[in-house]
Design a protein around this ligand. Structure first.
Ligand code: ADP
Ligand code: ZN
Ligand code: ZN
Length: 739
């Protein structure tokens, strides 16, 4: 009898199954949750052992052995293995790819949990140095040496030195020449991670107001799993509430996971958490390099970091003592990954909390209809903070009719311009929101009507006047901006306004004022966005012009006027979420205004000022829009009153996409219970993007089990479908974008 177990390994390939391998011939038994190096076809890949079995579809003689075992102890704890499997099942995504998405890059590539690093130490000779004397002659050298001496014999790794003393290398040379400093390469250890720099005592925050007190009391009372929708207007003090809840957990020795949208994870926010809680949070966001990411992950996994502050993928961080999960800005679309593994970090956070039997807090000034419906159904608890904290009054919203403004091609209407003047004169700061970067969205020939279009997408090129180029915002294609029409020679004209054009108009109209544009073009350099926002926060800019980037989370103390330049984009949207989304955007951006003493004013430019949407928003706010939208969704059977899944496909030939989706349709019809409606295939709204034709099949149901059963078999058969070789396809469960 052969006692050797068979390893069930998740391998990062687009197939929804585990692969069987034998363990190495020698060495300790391989534990579930360890990584293994495997040969897969002709590739060598890093897999994760998800299970052990006694038999396989293949005979033992046919099974390959793993090449190596990368972890002597399980790297991934059971709770995370469970979440990985859940994610793979729920989103119908290959489990090996889920593992890859869940792990930091360094671990995914097979690097050790404790990698080799360069450590800098103070040598024994440094004991004889009088630091005070050195301080007088060479203060920078003294600073570094003192830091190293304080760190003890282990020294400090170069990564953390880069962070604490960015220019340490210059000084290190001098110290090294004097024989006071040495560098050695060794493995990081658990001891290194525990030696976190000493933190100052936590600073007390403001006294909570009655609503905040009540919110904290409600959530503190939870025993086991409970989901709280913390529905608080902008500036109502949601973050203060989080801080109190987190402080409780820290006191009790637990760990907290806080998820925020990418754009919300500002140094401002991190500093606030650090100062108020007196601990160093483990950060997980896209600005970190692989070593930093691994270090944060390790601190979390070992229970050394009590607070993890991260974006979307941080939901997959192992946290042995997890006691509370907070999702800030739960409505934010960046919490849903839109490519590859299409998961909602918010929804997984809820699932994770439920599994761990702990509370989860979902904060927003504009909660999604999904969360509101859960509150109505009493699955979740609706906790409200109806007023701004600290006495600031809510901003006053007005709709400005721009239907007659033929002349304001630059987006700046007269009423708005006058208001800007008034606010600037009164010492206020102004924010103008225009969700369209570049100079103009359209370039047209007035002679023959020719439009500058992208050659690879069904879309127009955006004029980028600063760099004299046309750019496609969908595929990245770009070409020089021709002044004249290639067909008839007339001078081309820009139609409509983007942020660059608005910036020009403002410079002309308000000479001498500091105008700062913040969009993804102006902030390409790493750190540029934070610098611009920092300057804006300090009041250094008079007028801020920007896209979505400006609408979230930031607190600009002097800001008194917000202008929404082109508010009509969502009024006639094709997506059933258009209303909800537009109300969220406007309320969020409006929430930047008047957060301190002076009341804020918000002017919304619309060419359809009598549209009922405006009336609703102005009279009953987001709550009113949401209530109406919920009624409509119920009547028309859209989420949250049904469940959706989308099968998307694309290919170089349109026929291939439709042939593939028609097969998917037939198979769905054959398997589906009557309870699942199958709609399509239809072309995507932008049918051609980056040279590929795109179409989709929509599945709609009230019966979640039936939908998942269908997707499970569909996925299996599509993976084996010969037509699939010609297309790229994906499954999107609970899509937030329908097209
Ligand atoms: P939100 O997260 O809801 O936008 P914050 O927690 O950031 O709100 O609070 C907004 C502002 O109000 C911050 O400057 C905060 O310090 C202040 N604040 C919050 N709660 C109180 C309170 N109870 N009393 C006074 N100021 C408060
Ligand atoms: Zn022409
Ligand atoms: Zn394009």
């Amino acid at each position: 009898m052969n006692a050797e177990p068979i390893l069930k390994v998740a391998v990062p390939v687009p197939l929804s199954r585990l692969f069987d391998y034998l363990p190495p011939t020698s060495g300790a038994p391989v534990a579930v949750g360890s990584r293994v190096g495997v040969t897969f076809g002709r590739q060598t890949l890093v897999g994760l052992v998800l299970g052990l079995a006694t038999d396989s579809e293949l005979s033992r003689a046919q099974l390959k052995r793993v090449n190596s075992v990368l972890d002597d102890k399980p790297l991934i704890p059971d709770e995370l293995l469970w979440l990985i499997r859940f994610t793979s099942d729920y989103y119908h995504h290959p489990v090996g790819e889920v593992v890859a998405a869940a792990l930091p890059v360094a671990l995914r590539k097979g690097e050790a949990l404790y990698p080799e690093q360069d450590f800098v130490t103070a040598t024994d000779a440094s004991a004889g140095i009088d630091l005070e004397v050195l301080h007088k002659r060479a203060p920078k050298q003294a600073e570094l040496l003192e830091l190293l001496i304080d760190s003890g014999g282990n020294g400090l790794d170069t990564g953390s030195l880069n962070e604490t003393l960015p220019h340490w290398r210059r000084v290190a040379k001098a110290l090294s020449a004097k024989g006071l400093l040495g560098v050695s390469t060794r493995r990081t250890s658990a001891a290194d991670a525990t030696r976190v720099t000493e933190m100052p005592e936590p600073v007390a925050g403001p006294q909570l107001n009655a609503a905040q007190e009540a919110a904290v009391a409600t959530m503190r009372a939870s025993d086991g799993f409970a989901a709280y929708v913390l529905d608080g207007v902008t500036g109502s003090g949601k973050t203060e509430v989080y801080l109190h809840l987190i402080a409780d957990i820290l006191q009790a020795g637990g760990q907290v996971l806080v998820l925020v949208p990418e754009i919300g994870l500002t140094p401002q926010l991190v500093n606030r958490f650090r100062a108020r809680l007196g601990i160093e949070p483990a950060l997980l966001h896209s600005g970190l390099n692989n070593t930093e990411r691994l270090a944060s992950w390790r601190r979390a996994a070992l229970g050394q970091a009590q607070l993890v502050l991260g974006t979307r993928s941080a939901v997959f961080t192992p946290l042995p003592d997890l006691a509370l999960v907070i999702v800030d800005e739960e409505h934010d679309h960046s919490l849903k990954q839109q490519e590859g593994l299409r998961y909602s970090a918010r929804d997984l956070a809820i699932v994770r909390a439920k599994r761990a039997n702990i509370p989860v807090v979902l904060g927003s000034a504009t909660p999604t209809l999904e969360m509101l419906k859960h509150c109505i159904d009493e699955n979740y608890v609706h906790v409200r903070l109806p007023t701004r904290a600290g006495g600031a009054s809510p901003p006053a919203l007005h709709v400005v009719d721009v239907s007659n403004h033929k002349s304001n091609a630059d987006g700046l209407g007269d009423v708005l311009a006058k208001a800007i003047d008034r606010h600037l004169t009164a010492g206020g700061q102004v924010l103008l929101f225009l969700n369209r970067r570049g100079f103009a969205p359209t370039l047209i020939c007035p002679g023959c009507g020719e439009l500058a279009e992208c050659r690879r997408c069904d879309s127009r090129m955006t004029v980028h006047a600063r760099e004299h180029r046309l750019r496609c915002h969908h595929c990245g294609a770009n070409r020089p901006l021709d002044a004249n029409c290639s067909s008839c020679g007339s001078q081309m004209r820009s139609l409509g306004a983007g942020t660059e054009r608005l910036e020009d108009a403002l410079n002309e109209r308000f000479p001498g004022r500091v105008i700062t544009r913040i969009d993804s073009d102006s902030t390409q350099r790493k750190g540029a966005m934070h610098e611009a926002l920092e300057a804006a926060t300090l009041g250094e800019a008079d007028i801020l012009v920007g896209t979505q980037m400006l609408s979230k989370g930031h607190h600009f103390p002097k800001l008194t006027l917000v202008g929404v330049i082109n508010a009509d984009q969502g009024l006639f949207g094709t997506d059933f979420r258009a209303d909800e989304r537009m109300a969220q955007t406007i309320v969020q951006v409006a929430g930047r205004a008047g957060r301190e003493q002076v009341q804020g004013e918000v002017l919304i430019q619309s060419a359809f000022p009598t549209h009922p949407f405006w009336e609703r928003l102005l009279s009953s706010g987001y709550e009113g829009v949401a209530a109406e939208a919920l009624r409509e969704r119920e009547a028309t059977h859209w989420p949250p009153y049904c469940r959706l899944a989308l099968i998307r496909a694309s290919a170089h030939q349109r026929e291939d996409v439709h042939a593939f989706l028609n097969v998917a349709r037939q198979q769905s019809v054959a398997q589906a219970a009557d309870s699942v409606r199958i709609l399509g295939p239809v072309d995507a709204v932008m049918a051609r993007k980056a040279g590929r034709y795109r179409a989709q099949l929509l599945l709609q149901t009230n019966d979640r089990q039936a939908l998942h059963a269908l997707l499970r078999t569909l996925r299996q058969s599509l993976e084996a479908e010969p037509l699939a070789r010609k297309v790229r396809w994906s499954v999107d469960v609970d899509p937030v974008e329908l097209f």
